[in-house]
Design a protein around this ligand. Sequence first.
Ligand SMILES: [Zn+2]
Length: 241
Amino acid sequence: MGKNRGKFPDFKVLILLFSLLAGGNLLILRSSKIFPVFWFFAPLSGRTVVVDPGHGGIDGGAYHSDGTLEKNINLSVAFKLKSVLEKNGAKVVLTRAKDESLDYRNNKSKSRHKRDLIARAEIINELNPDIYLSLHVNAEKNSPATRGPMVFYHTSSPESRRLAELIQASLEEAYNSAGQSIRKRNPHANSTLFLLCNARPPGVIIELGFMTNADDRRLLKNHDFQNKLANAIVMALREYF
Ligand SMILES: [Zn+2]
């Protein structure tokens, strides 16, 4: 034992040296000019986001007699959102990438609608993303003047609340910048909506606008406006992370 003393440095000393070197490298990287530049191009790098376009297939969601279906708007905005998120460095998974209902994925309820919602919650929980965003379009038949975005979060999740506040404000700004005067709202706390209660990561349900309002309906079908909404959501996420 005494023979080898001095020849081999103590194992603990090696670990300490290695940690110091590794820590130092990290500091150099963070303080270098490369890191901010990298962040500028990929501010959501390393983040995983599940985007859930509501409804699909047999379930059209909210609809209007002119043939507008919520499910198509949700999917179209989801594709745009995925594209902007990926440009910002995020990893994105869609719960559906085509016009289909997700009830076929499990047999856990007699209700087709419930099976569809269970499937969405299960996809989110299995992937365990940083956040999830469920996209929808609102409807209020007795109040055609009601319009604008509305974001819902679960009452017991402070992270989801912060996310909801940022997205609500950013979407209102998108409407305003398109020349639409939108009444300011606070996001809605909720403790009954199935997805909010059963999906475990922080997340929100985003009602992009109202199917029952003529101006919202026209805008929600417009691809430029859909891009505006997708960009507004990503701006909010850049602030959130
Ligand atoms: Zn919906």
